[in-house]
Design a protein around this ligand. Structure first.
Ligand code: NAD
Ligand code: UDP
Length: 313
């Protein structure tokens, strides 16, 4: 049994990760400041013998004897991370310093949830890990993109200077049950709008693309990455390479929900990347043949069913 700290554990991805690690027989400390996460997401784990919940903000130091740290604390939706951009950068940068300091002190292995946003609006397509990205350092998305880039730098330097055992994953757009209904990200927005019969809001002309990964595939890749040999530190892309335009996504969700919602077009936000698709060759090679298993239609069906129940409560 390992003792594992999951920061951001009450959030969308973090709650699935806590569940998975508990099911594997580990002791899990879930740390969260509830900015975008909630106790509801982890309510079903509360009675578990080996589950512990701590209200804490990772911009402040934290001490616990742990074997592994999954650093997932950070708002991920543009609406949420732009709400207080200075705080977002602090969470990524000071949070990384605090968690790396903890890992160094207790000799824990630490995994960073980085993002495809480190590639910005990519000029290389699909994006391999070797691509350095095309990021605006002073735009509305910079607090998140540059914060995550700086966190990667800190991880590499703690590894080089202090021999901390690190792992970096670059997560591409992920969706699934327990996304916040007012999260503002495209999958949750479209599903909630379709279920309520409201207009589906496409930003821009809807030809921009993303590649959507179901949360179970991400959790599988994440846990496999933590368990790779010490010399493999990444960064490694974790995502589903099947790429869709936002118009195709809207059509699929309208079909699956049988909704009568119409499509409406709103202005494209600043610096919104035009295309995004992971190159996952490295993940397949290093993560024991890992690849995404759940296709968009199946993943959307279980996400729609989650939101359907939530909205009827
Ligand atoms: P989320 O907003 O649902 O979860 C983030 C969690 O972190 C929340 O529970 C929030 O309350 C907590 N948190 C935020 N700031 C904190 C702080 N200062 N101290 C303690 N807790 C804090 O988002 P998510 O989609 O679950 O994303 C989780 C992680 O994965 C994030 O680091 C995000 O950058 C990364 N990621 C997610 C995606 C995606 O598509 N979901 C893509 C790329 C990267
Ligand atoms: N988007 C949209 N309608 C919405 C929300 C988002 O068309 O209601 C678009 C957004 O402009 C972007 C894409 O969907 O091009 C993905 O947005 P999301 O916020 O989910 O993720 P990110 O832009 O961070 O990849």
């Amino acid at each position: 049994m390992k003792r594992i700290l999951v920061t951001g554990g009450a959030g969308f991805v973090g709650s699935h990760l806590c569940e998975r690690l508990l099911n594997e027989g580990n002791e899990v400390i879930c740390l969260d400041n509830y900015f975008t996460g909630s106790k509801q997401n982890i309510e079903h784990l509360m009675d578990h013998h080996y589950f512990e919940l701590v209200r804490h903000d990772i911009t402040n130091p934290f001490m616990a004897e742990v074997d592994e740290i999954y650093n997932f604390a950070c708002p991920a939706s543009p609406v949420h991370y732009q709400y207080n951009p200075i705080k977002t950068t602090k969470t990524s940068v000071m949070g990384a310093i605090n968690m790396l300091g903890l890992a160094k002190r207790v000799k824990a292995k630490i995994l960073q949830a980085s993002t495809s946003e480190v590639y910005g609006d990519p000029t290389v397509h699909p994006q391999p890990e070797s691509y350095w990205g095309n990021v605006n350092p002073i735009g509305t998305r910079s607090c998140y993109d540059e914060g995550k880039r700086c966190a990667e730098t800190l991880f590499m330097d703690y590894h080089k200077e202090n021999k901390v055992k690190i792992k970096i994953i670059r997560i591409f757009n992920t969706y699934g049950p327990r996304m916040h209904p007012k999260d503002g990200r495209v999958v949750s927005n479209f599903i909630v709008q379709a279920l309520r019969g409201e207009d589906i809001t496409i930003f821009g002309d809807g030809t921009q693309t993303r590649s959507f990964q179901y949360v179970d595939d991400l959790v599988e890749g994440t846990v496999r990455m933590m368990n790779t040999r010490d010399s493999f530190i990444g960064p490694v892309n974790i995502g589903n390479p099947t790429e869709f335009t936002m118009l195709q996504l809207a059509d699929e969700i309208i079909n699956l929900t049988g909704s009568k919602s119409k499509i409406t077009y709103l202005p494209l936000p600043d610096d919104d990347p035009m295309q995004r698709q992971p190159d996952i060759d490295l993940a397949k090679k290093e993560l024991d043949g890992w690849e995404p298993k759940i296709n968009l239609s199946d993943g959307l069906k279980s996400t729609i069913s989650y939101f359907d129940t939530l909205l009827s409560q």
